[in-house]
Design a protein around this ligand. Structure first.
Ligand code: ZN
Length: 520
């Protein structure tokens, strides 16, 4: 009897399933991966917000387990067979289903090329390196970090080798972060951008510096958080499907379409920190909240990393929340919230304070104009390290020389030099930084296209209204999730491939006026 049942089960299994049944099975498998990923994100969010320190060890173990389960499902040969089965029939699927299949293939191929044994080695090294960096940076101790960095470089090269053939050794890492981008394209783009930005920075620095003392006063924490959150909500961050909490390093995280959270940090002596980081993270969150709900639980149901996502946080942070029309509406409200600190401060001086340009040592504190120069220096050094044309031991000096040449200031120590960013000490070398500048370039390109389609956007912003802008961004970018490639989104939304012309025009107009520069 048992044998007969087993035989029947085999026959039933081997009978080819319909296209619909196979597709449903694909979605079921992908949704498990999505949920395991989201469950791990909840643990990470909790760790960064409320977890008592005593929870660290158990939390690390629990997160590692979820990560392993997710990886096992992501590389399951049965998932690969399903994708193989469905691909020849892709033309019978809807456009969304075909996109899902394309992304499932991309994610699967990436996952299976990287052996589990390598992932385990990288994870162990990353946490050891990160723990060493936490102590070495304040101690200005590059010597301790150099062997870690050597090992990270070796692991990054090993990672690239899983994806041969490639043109440049950084290409697999860059493409993973920004699909379609390569080292060659980046070098070309960045060389042109550097040529335009360095004279602009020089011209600005030849002018009297802006006074930003009005930002550096004592501002109550609860008022800062409340003001930032009310702005985020008015912009369109839906608090029925989101929330804001405090953390050390602000981030946005998505658990589901109905739960996209942001975090912020508060500096009691500087009003800019919490305000702009809240708006920045809300920009990421509005992108996630705007994804077509039909994609929920699939790999399409998220925004595109990394430059595309960054373009949205920066669009809201810089093009909207550092603009004059925005503060024409909100500055009186900010003054009401902080009368003791700002009542006597005119709008113009506040506006020039939040847009102060100044060569500085630290990327995360840099202004809109010099920020990209910091990023380009890192990308440049990353590529050279991977190529083998720069040795780890020469990194501190190369960093200082690059800073001096491009920004005009050089750090006196490594703490404010090559030890300042966590990226290389926690993750791979390569693909880590370019997204910030791609995001800046795209933010202006999207904003220009939105304003062209809806010329009232600026006057709406001046009235504290964001419907037209958010509507355009949702229609043209957010709702697509990962269904379109980044290039396709840019092309469809703006009518042209990525171009830095709108970004340069934006910077020249805004800072030309602020610093009274001669017209370009
Ligand atoms: Zn961001």
């Amino acid at each position: 009897m048992a044998e007969v049942t087993a035989q029947m089960a085999i026959e039933r299994r081997s009978k080819p399933l319909s296209l619909e049944a196979n597709f449903a099975e694909l979605k079921r498998r992908l949704s498990e991966i999505y949920d395991l990923n989201a469950a791990k994100a909840v643990l990470t969010w909790d760790e960064a917000t409320y977890m008592p320190r005593g929870g660290a060890v158990a939390r690390g173990r629990q997160a590692a387990l979820l990560k392993r389960l997710e990886h096992e499902r992501a590389v399951d040969p049965a998932l690969g067979r399903l994708i193989d089965l469905l691909e020849p029939q892709a033309d019978k699927l809807s456009a969304a289903a075909a996109s899902l299949l394309r992304i499932a293939r991309r994610d699967f191929e990436r996952a299976i090329k990287v052996p589990a044994e390598y992932v385990a080695r990288v994870n162990a090294h990353s946490s050891a390196s990160y723990n060493a960096w936490v102590l070495a940076r304040p101690a200005n101790d590059f010597a301790t970090m150099a062997p870690f960095l050597e090992k990270t470089l070796e692991l990054s090269r090993e990672y690239a080798a899983f994806f041969t053939p490639y043109e440049h050794i950084a290409d697999p890492m860059i493409d993973e972060a920004d699909e379609g981008m390569t080292a060659a394209k980046l070098q070309c783009l960045f060389a042109a951008l550097r040529d335009e930005l360095t004279p602009l920075v020089r011209a600005i620095c030849a002018q009297p510096p802006a006074d930003d003392a009005c930002l550096r006063r004592a501002f109550g924490e609860a008022e800062q958080i409340g003001f930032g959150l009310s702005i985020a909500a008015q912009m369109g961050y839906d608090l029925e499907r989101g929330r804001l909490d405090k953390t050390r390093h602000p981030f946005c995280t998505r658990f589901a379409k109905g739960d996209v959270r942001i975090t912020t940090r508060v500096n009691a002596d500087h009003i800019g920190d919490a305000l702009f980081s809240t708006v920045h993270e809300a920009g990421h969150a509005m992108y996630e909240q705007g994804v077509d709900p039909a994609f929920e639980g699939t790999p399409l149901g998220k925004g595109i990393l990394s430059g595309m996502h960054e373009s949205q946080s920066r669009l809201w942070e810089n093009l909207v929340a550092r603009s004059r029309p925005f503060w024409e509406h909100y500055y009186p409200r900010l003054q009401e919230t902080f009368p003791g600190q700002l009542a006597a401060e005119p709008l113009e001086s506040f506006y020039s304070a939040i847009n102060k340009v100044e060569p500085s040592l630290i990327r995360t504190d840099a202004d809109e104009v010099t920020y990209n120069i910091h990023v380009m220096l890192r990308v440049d050094l990353e590529l050279k390290l991977l190529e083998g044309t720069l040795r780890v031991k020469d990194l501190p000096e190369a960093w200082r020389a690059g800073m001096q040449a491009d920004i005009g200031v050089a750090p006196s120590d490594d703490r404010d030099g090559c030890l300042q960013d966590v990226h290389w000490f926690f993750d791979r070398i390569g693909g880590e930084f370019q997204g910030y500048t791609i995001g800046n370039i795209l933010s202006a390109q999207f904003f220009a296209a939105a304003t062209k389609a809806n010329p009232d956007i600026a006057s709406e912003i001046a009235r504290g209204r964001f419907d037209a802008l958010l509507g355009w961004l949702t229609d043209n970018i957010y709702r697509h999730g990962r269904a379109l490639k980044p290039d396709e989104i840019v092309m469809r939304a703006t009518g042209s491939p990525m171009t830095m012309a709108p970004y340069l025009a934006y910077l020249r107009t805004k800072y030309g006026e602020l610093y009274r520069l001669p017209a370009h």
